[in-house]
Design a binder for this molecule. Structure first.
Ligand code: GDP
Ligand code: MN
Length: 382
């Protein structure tokens, strides 16, 4: 679960990290009052579950109430990386002497948490990482020990040679670790962590991703969830016993079993196509689930063709076939689709499909190949 900046800042605040104290608003009517409370000048900041807002025009300095109104009007409703801005943070503007980067995430290679820090923080950190990676410090953390104060000090002194600043930064690093660990985050980042012209150290941006699999331990954090339209679909699917993850390819996949669903995506990719989603309709499928799954796939405007891949075990092919026929009766769709059906009650399933004029293949590779051709408009359908 991704958090927006204001939510991540609230969590950092709980862990004692110095953060700028702004006010979140969702209508332009509240903008001036918020700016008055915060005190001019302010920074108007788009709240979305995506980074790179500054470059997209979603972070703007306002020195007057007129500018607050102007920027809020411009930023509310703006789209940044497919996210529509529904809230802005009116944050106190600060005068910056230096921008630093600090973040903790999971290092997939070592499967351990890693602290990253750099004196070249700010909006170009991706460029720094790509072109001058030597400017980023990577420090593996032993989760059972946590980030110990002496380690934090060693790193902080490499960013801030002056002792007082280094000690302040070290304290922030230890608290950032406590926040990351205590909330079961997979990312806790401050970019930039700034040195102000008065020498103090402050987090003016915050980015956190929480581990969905650990959220049941943190009902208060789960409550912070601001579901995107994709997530809403994923959550609804979960309630119905389906696992759905939207991707951005063209071939909608409907599969029974998580392993087969992964293999289906691999085969599509291997043959040169792109999967539009992961969708596991579960081990024992009833026709209703199939109807719902089909609706889910056709509602995705990226989908050009659908590949239904069923290996009947506990799932019965005839149930899937019945659901499919039923779904096609209910749905008004012209999307081409391919069915691969094999396993338990296969003959019965094929008979039901054949009665509805649908041919099913029994070979997964062949099915995937056809779906890819259909998605390309090559009409190699059943
Ligand atoms: P991001 O682009 O989504 O990472 O948004 P940030 O919150 O990091 O803001 C982008 C950039 O705007 C920062 O790197 C700063 O350079 C600048 N910025 C943000 N807030 C302030 C502020 O209060 N004062 C000044 N001078 N610059 C700011
Ligand atoms: Mn930032």
């Amino acid at each position: 679960m991704k958090l927006e900046e204001f939510q991540a800042k609230a969590l950092y605040g709980r862990y004692g990290i110095p953060v700028s104290q702004g006010i979140v608003i969702s209508t332009i009517d509240d903008a001036v009052a918020a700016a008055e409370k915060v005190g001019l000048p302010v920074v108007v900041k788009a709240q979305v579950q995506a980074g790179g807002r500054g470059k997209a025009g979603g972070v703007k300095l306002a020195k007057t109430h007129a500018e607050v109104l102007e920027h809020t009007a411009c930023i509310l409703g703006m789209t940044i990386k497919d996210c529509v801005v529904e809230r802005v943070l009116i944050d106190p503007a600060v005068s910056i002497a230096g921008e630093y980067y600090v973040g903790i995430t999971v290092d997939r290679r070592t499967k351990k948490p890693v602290l990253m820090a750099s004196a070249s923080g700010g909006v170009d950190i991706e460029k720094v990482a790509a072109e001058t990676p030597e400017k980023i410090i990577f420090h593996p953390i032993r989760a059972e020990l946590g980030l110990r104060p002496f380690e934090a000090r060693q790193i902080a002194f490499r960013l801030f040679p002056a002792k007082e600043k280094a000690m302040a930064a070290a304290d922030i690093l230890v608290r950032l670790w406590r926040c990351y660990d205590g909330t079961d985050a997979t990312l806790a980042e401050i970019n930039p962590l700034v040195e102000l012209t008065d020498g103090s150290i402050l987090a003016i941006d915050a980015k956190m991703v929480l581990d969905d699999s650990a959220l049941f331990l943190h009902p208060d954090l789960e409550e912070m969830r601001i579901a995107t339209p994709d997530e809403e679909k994923e959550i609804e699917a979960r309630h119905l016993g389906l696992s759905y993850v939207r991707l951005d390819g063209e071939i909608g996949c409907m599969v029974n079993g998580a392993g087969l669903a992964m293999a289906t995506m691999d085969v599509i990719k291997h043959l040169g196509g792109t999967p539009a989603n992961f969708l596991d309709i579960g081990g024992s499928s009833n026709p209703d689930k199939v109807v719902y799954a089909m609706k889910l796939l056709v509602s995705d405007s990226n989908v050009k063709a659908i590949f239904i891949n069923v290996f009947g075990g506990i799932t019965r092919c005839d149930d899937v076939a019945r659901g499919l026929v039923c779904a096609l009766e209910q749905l008004d769709t012209h999307l081409p689709f391919v069915v691969r059906l094999t396993g338990t009650n296969e003959e019965e399933g094929r008979r039901i499909l054949a009665d509805a004029g649908i041919h099913a293949t029994s070979d997964m590779t062949e099915g995937a190949r056809r779906a890819i051709a259909l998605a390309r408009g090559e009409g190699a359908g059943a």
